[in-house]
Design a protein around this ligand. Structure first.
Ligand SMILES: NC(=O)c1ccc[n+]([C@@H]2O[C@H](COP(=O)([O-])OP(=O)(O)OC[C@H]3O[C@@H](n4cnc5c(N)ncnc54)[C@H](O)[C@@H]3O)[C@@H](O)[C@H]2O)c1
Ligand SMILES: N[C@@H](CCO)C(=O)O
Ligand code: NA
Length: 429
């Protein structure tokens, strides 16, 4: 085996391979031996990592004759893609944790796996330690999945949880998440929702057997989530979470639906919903399938050891396949469903408005909603005079109609400020 990258995840992979060598050999039937570890800075001290295995020649390592499985934990697009393709071309199987690459150009990797008969396993790429891709890829492959909904980014969940429970500031909470090894090398990927969007693309592709890339995913991060949003959610007995949502959009006829909606954004969910109790850097994902019903997957979605657990699970599976001469499953994206634009997705909004406290304001505001065919579920006035606020929660409507309504509200004389806008997901609040 060859290991590419020896950072947070790679170091833990090396530790587990050493500590569990005997058990792993017994489970596979042959010892799992590391032939080399490609690193950028060999001089760096890495506890428990044998120096004699380190090399800066990743290209040379992946094509060595005594390597038949390559573990990629470098991350990013290049050189990870070229190295994995090189490995597969020379008949090696690949285990990777690289969601960014799988979501951007998974098709190239899957095509190479098919062409060269190589295994490509990537359980660690989504929701870290949680077995989620294997259940979708294998256990649920006979079912018809309607929806995948969850919290798939540990860093942002940690930040939102600290803001909710301790009133922590954004930067302070981010620094803690980085120190704990949850954040990506560049935390922009986490806080701007790129990491969750990549995972949503991978999940949607597996769930709906349809090609979905990161560029297809509607993405909003958490950098705009304010203390007012978090407080507003509290008032509603709700909590703000960064959600990844992949769902079939029903059609008048046909089982597959009109297409799929794949999106990532912060949203309010009621505190009574199981996702609301997902704290710190934990992840949780609901899968709703026609025959299986609702399934929930919960656990550690980030961090060196949990991610390494998923990598080792894949490694054992691939090693067993190699021993048995039977390759693992290959992705099939036969369904080719369109990914629908966000504007057509039906969502619900929570809107908090600072308004002039005088008669007729409520009617003017309500009229704007009606004009855009948005039906109001509940409206409440808080405070009076200069401090008057209206809190409006809508029923489901096309997202485009809701955003237009909010823009129109901003321009009304009676509305001093739109203080908070947040989508509402899960059960009715
Ligand atoms: N940390 C987590 O919680 C976590 C969870 C799930 C998946 N992942 C994924 O695992 C992968 C690794 O993440 P990480 O947290 O260990 O990152 P990291 O930045 O700690 O480690 C990556 C290592 O790769 C090295 N590297 C970069 N270019 C290289 C090259 N050309 N050759 C050899 N080494 C090179 C870097 O120097 C670094 O040490 C990423 O794809 C990430 O998205 C991480
Ligand atoms: N940065 C990612 C790592 C796990 O993929 C997270 O915070 O969830
Ligand atoms: Na996983």
């Amino acid at each position: 085996m060859a290991l590419l990258g020896c950072g947070v995840v790679g170091t833990e992979v090396v530790r587990l391979l050493r500590e569990q060598a005997g058990d792993l050999a017994a489970r596979v039937g042959v010892p799992l031996e590391l032939a080399g570890i490609a690193v950028r800075r060999p001089e760096r001290v890495r506890e428990g990592v044998p120096r004699e295995l380190l090399t800066t020649d990743a290209q040379g390592l992946v094509t060595r004759d005594d390597v038949d499985i390559v573990i990629e934990v470098i991350g990013g697009i290049e050189p990870a893609r070229t190295l994995m393709l090189e490995a597969m071309k020379t008949g090696k199987s690949v285990v990777t944790a690289n969601k960014a690459l799988l979501a951007e150009d998974g098709a190239t990797l899957f095509a190479a796996a098919r062409e060269y008969g190589a295994d490509l396993y990537y359980e660690a790429s989504v929701a870290g330690a949680i077995p989620l891709l294997r259940p979708l890829r294998e256990s649920l492959v006979g079912d018809h999945v309607h929806r995948v909904l969850g919290i798939v980014n540990g860093t942002t969940n940690y930040i939102l949880d600290q803001m909710d429970t301790h009133g922590a500031g954004f930067n302070e909470a981010l620094e803690e998440a980085q120190a704990l090894g949850y954040a990506e090398a560049d935390p922009t990927a986490d806080v701007e929702g790129f990491d969750a969007a990549a995972k949503a693309a991978i999940l949607a592709q597996l769930a709906f057997h349809t090609p979905v890339t990161a560029a297809d995913v509607h993405r909003e991060g958490i950098t705009e989530v304010s203390a007012a949003d978090v407080a507003g959610a509290k008032e509603m007995n709700s909590v703000v979470k960064l959600l990844a949502i992949c769902e079939r959009v029903p059609a008048a006829e046909g089982r597959n639906g009109r297409g799929v909606s794949v999106r990532v954004y912060p949203a309010m969910i009621p505190r009574s919903h199981p996702l609301a109790s997902v704290r710190e850097a934990y992840n949780a994902v609901f899968v709703e399938a026609e025959s299986a019903g609702s399934l929930m997957f919960y656990g550690a979605g980030a961090g060196g050891a949990p991610t390494a657990s998923a990598v080792l699970g894949d490694l054992v599976a691939v090693a067993r396949n190699l021993r048995g001469g039977t390759p693992g499953p290959v992705e099939v994206t036969y369904a080719k469903l369109p990914v629908l634009p966000m504007g057509e997705t039906r969502t619900r909004y929570y809107i908090q408005l600072d308004v002039a406290d005088r008669s007729g304001v409520l009617a003017t505001v309500a009229e704007e909603f009606a004009k855009h065919d948005v039906s109001i579920q509940a409206v409440r006035q808080v405070g009076s005079g200069e401090d008057a606020q209206l809190v409006v929660v809508t029923h489901r409507a096309a997202d485009a109609a809701l955003t237009t309504t909010v823009e129109r509200l901003r321009s009304l004389d009676d509305v001093r400020e739109v203080a908070s806008v947040m989508r509402v997901e899960a059960d009715e609040v």
